[in-house]
Every structure is written in C-alpha cells, then in structure tokens.
Design a protein around this ligand. Structure first.
Ligand SMILES: C[S@@+](CC[C@H](N)C(=O)[O-])C[C@H]1O[C@@H](n2cnc3c(N)ncnc32)[C@H](O)[C@@H]1O
Length: 334
C-alpha cells in the first residue's frame, strides 16, 4: 500500500499530509468528535500529528487497528519526576495496571510485524521497576530484545589495545551523580524491544558499526561489507547543555535514540511511527529526519508548545496550533 494511503488510512478522520507530498505546509482541516469533544492535532505539520490528549483515549479516537509500524516511547517512570502536569508518584499497582492498559491499546494499533521500543530506567533503590514494567506487557507482547542505553562510560586504554586513535583513558557522557556509599552512579537505562511474535526481522546493519578487524570482511557469509551488528549496548549520550533554559522537560531522550530504533526496525518498512508519551516531540523530530510519518500524544500543553517551536525550526515550516481550546475529556490530570 502506498505510504500516503497507509498513513491517512491509519488516522480516523484526520488527514496529515506527508513530507513527501508537501504543498508548502498544507494543514489538515479535518477533525473528529470524541464524546462530544473535537479532537484536532495540537501540532500539525506535513508528516507529524501530535494531540494534546491522554494517550489511551487519543489512540482509541484516532488510530485504526494494526496501522502503526513502530512505537518508540518512554512512559513516566513513577519515580516522582517533577513534570508540569503529570503527577509521577502513584501507588505501584495502580501505575503498573495503567502500563498494562496502555500496552493493550498499543497491541491493538501495532501491525503484526511492528516493533515497540519502550525506554525505561529505574533507580539503585528500586532496581526492579524497569522489569516490573516490562512484565506488565508480557500478555500483549513477546520481549524480542533487551537493549541497554548507556549514557556514560569509562574505557581504559589498556582494555582497548592498539585501537587506532585512542591515546589514553576515556570517560564520556552525562549522568546524574548519586552521593552514596552503597550505590553506583546510574549510567544506563533499558530499551525493551517488544513484538507480537518475537521473531520480527530487523535491519541490524542500518545501525551497524565497522569491523575493528577488517579481515572479518568476507570471511563469513554475513560479513559482506565493513559493518557488523552493533549489539545491544548503545552508547547514546545527552548533548551537553549549558543552562536550565535549554531544558524544557525533565526527562527527554536524545533524538538519536528514536532514530536508531526506527532504523533498526527498518525505515522502508515503517509507514507510521507512534509515541504515546511524546513529551516535547523528540520522536517526531527523529521521524522527520528519517522522512517517516509520526503521530503522538501528550497531556502537557507547555511541552507541546515548546515542541511545536522545535519542529518548526527543524522543518522550516509553521505547524498549525489548531487545538488551543480546552479538551477536558481528553487531557486527564493524573
Ligand atoms: C518520560 S516523559 C517522555 C519524554 C519524551 N520521550 C521526550 O523526549 O520529550 C513522559 C511524558 O508522558 C506524559 N504523560 C503522562 N501521562 C500521560 C498520558 N496519560 N497520556 C499522554 N502523555 C502522558 C508526561 O507529561 C511526560 O511528558
């Protein structure tokens, strides 16, 4: 099915023009009604539709079954993060039940060969959190890969050997230091890769790395070019920021992270990306960079307003601000 048809077919009653089909920023005028409330994207650009809405309500209202190819997302971690709207400290069981319900809706919208990349961290004091969340999704999905998002790493020269260009010890990346006698600084998070079957083929070399030992090339059938599978440890540091004004949201991921997830699933097999907890729109930026359509949901107007400016800058276009009236039925205040 052509890309355009698949995207417009995925969204119930909402047309979002594609980047590849842009006529200088055509905006969708189509809206739909949910429980008497109009639902239009808060950010609407060619290839991007982001709704100011609770994600479960929003997915039910806008997305047809099995029309999303890749979900990349990071839900609230329930660790007391200070979001502007969302209260990130719920009773554990209530929080996990909400994750399970979100998973059921994601299962509905994901295509049979789709991928769900779920980023979540934990704390040294609560190390099971990430796995508790992952387990709540096991009724809906198979856990196909566990990826470690490494935010900071120290590599000693003596462990590297004669690798070209490494002249000394290296300690790179950013992390939140923990003052403790018993815990280590927490320098990684998880990306759980869920699929429906557990056997969805991936484009491993799309995020592959060059062989260190070039004699490997051609030695095996799979080693046809100077690229091997990167493996499940991804060093993806945050950009260095110099002041608080550059931090509009307390827990974003770097753009490179959703970019790598989409590439790993396969850009050519991706007609629609979804982020149900899109924050300031990082996943939409990644999707724009890769030329794939993206739909997202977020309950915080401030984050989306910031995201709109970011997307405008990224695309050189002006996103519509269609949904500036209140949506009480959709924006829940958890
Ligand atoms: C971990 S942050 C995601 C940040 C995002 N990955 C980014 O880079 O900007 C989780 C987000 O979920 C949002 N959120 C909380 N409850 C929600 C809900 N029911 N529906 C949609 N978004 C929600 C929060 O406001 C917060 O921005």
């Amino acid at each position: 099915m052509p890309l355009k048809e698949k995207f417009s077919g995925a969204l119930r009653g909402v047309r979002v023009p594609l980047k590849t089909n842009t006529r200088s920023g055509t905006q969708s005028k189509t809206s739909i009604s949910v429980q008497g409330f109009s639902l239009k994207p808060h950010i609407n650009l060619p290839g991007t539709a982001i709704y100011l809405a609770d994600c479960i309500t929003g997915m039910r209202a806008t997305l047809r079954d099995k029309t999303v190819d890749v979900v990349v997302t990071s839900p609230p971690y329930n660790l007391g993060m200070r979001y502007s709207t969302y209260k990130d400290a719920r009773p554990r069981n209530e929080y996990l039940e909400w994750i399970r319900e979100t998973g059921i809706e994601l299962e509905r919208v994901l295509s049979d060969e789709g991928s769900l990349f779920l980023n979540i961290g934990s704390t040294p004091r609560d190390p099971w959190l990430a796995w508790d969340v992952a387990r709540r999704l096991e009724d809906s999905f198979e856990l196909q890969n566990v990826i470690h998002w490494v935010k900071s790493i120290a590599i000693e020269k003596e462990d590297v050997g004669n690798y070209p260009g490494i002249s000394g010890d290296v300690a790179v990346g950013h992390y939140k230091p923990i003052t403790s006698q018993r815990y280590l600084n927490d320098c990684h998070e998880y990306i759980f890769h869920f699929t429906k079957s557990g056997s969805v083929p991936l484009d491993r070399l799309a995020i592959g790395v060059p062989y260190q030992d070039k004699t490997n090339i051609g030695r095996w059938k799979v080693a046809k070019e100077d690229k091997r599978c990167r493996g499940n440890t991804w060093f993806t540091p945050y950009a260095t920021i110099k002041n608080g004004a550059q931090r509009p949201h307390p827990s974003t991921f770097p753009v490179k992270l959703p970019e790598m997830c989409i590439k790993l699933h396969g850009v050519s097999r991706t007609s629609l990306v979804l982020d149900p907890f899109i924050g300031i729109g990082t996943t939409a930026i990644a999707a724009q960079r890769l030329g794939v359509p993206c739909v997202g949901f977020e309950i915080d107007r401030g984050y989306l307003d910031w995201g709109r400016e970011w997307l405008n800058k990224e695309t050189g276009q002006q996103a519509s601000a269609a949904m500036d009236e209140a949506q009480p039925a959709l924006a829940t205040d958890r």
